[in-house]
Design a protein around this ligand. Structure first.
Ligand SMILES: [Zn+2]
Length: 174
């Protein structure tokens, strides 16, 4: 699988590449992939999009709100970190196999999550923006009608995932 080199062979880390370089490459990679579309051409990759799929809440059916951005691809496509910070890996019903990354400090501490992975390549610890962290998959809640994608969501740690922030700029750059 392709990854972004940190430098020449024998180089331990960042010998001739600044972290910003691989970070920019990761954002370009995601920009080229764009956002996932449903068969009806609805922009399923869009943050905040209200899906026609519904969920039942308090006995009422309501549109399912999309709290992240879906970048489409094939099972096994690389997933790169879009920010720098400590990661923690896990498995959950909706997110499937996922990586959660903590960045920033205090009131500006964020969690960024990369979901539905087929494989995780990092251990708990520090990850730089642009590092290869895993491969795309269909783990967790990915309906048959949805294309394979990585779901990337972000929220302030103090607010929880129910109050997500739009990660579009973070993922695709400007
Ligand atoms: Zn999603």
């Amino acid at each position: 699988m392709p990854g972004f080199s940190d430098g020449p062979p024998g180089c331990v880390k960042n010998c001739n590449a600044e972290p910003e370089d691989k970070c920019a490459k990761a954002k370009k990679y995601y920009s080229q992939k764009g956002t996932a579309k449903l068969p009806n051409n609805a922009d399923y990759g869009k943050f905040g999009w209200e899906s026609k799929r519904t969920k039942i809440e308090n006995g009422k059916s309501k549109p399912k709100w999309h709290g992240g951005v879906d970048v489409p691809g094939e099972i096994g496509d690389p997933v790169y970190a879009v920010t720098s910070g400590k990661v923690f890996t896990g498995t959950q019903k909706d997110l499937g196999t996922y990586v959660q990354q903590t960045s920033g400090k205090g009131d500006q501490e964020y969690k960024t999550e990369y979901a539905h992975l087929s494989k995780i390549l990092v251990k708990n610890g520090d990850v730089e923006c642009g590092d290869l962290i895993g491969y795309m998959g269909r783990s967790g809640n990915v309906p048959d009608s949805s294309p394979t994608h990585v779901h990337i969501q972000r929220y302030l740690t103090k607010k929880t995932y129910k109050n997500p922030e739009d990660p579009t700029t973070l993922i695709f750059g400007k």
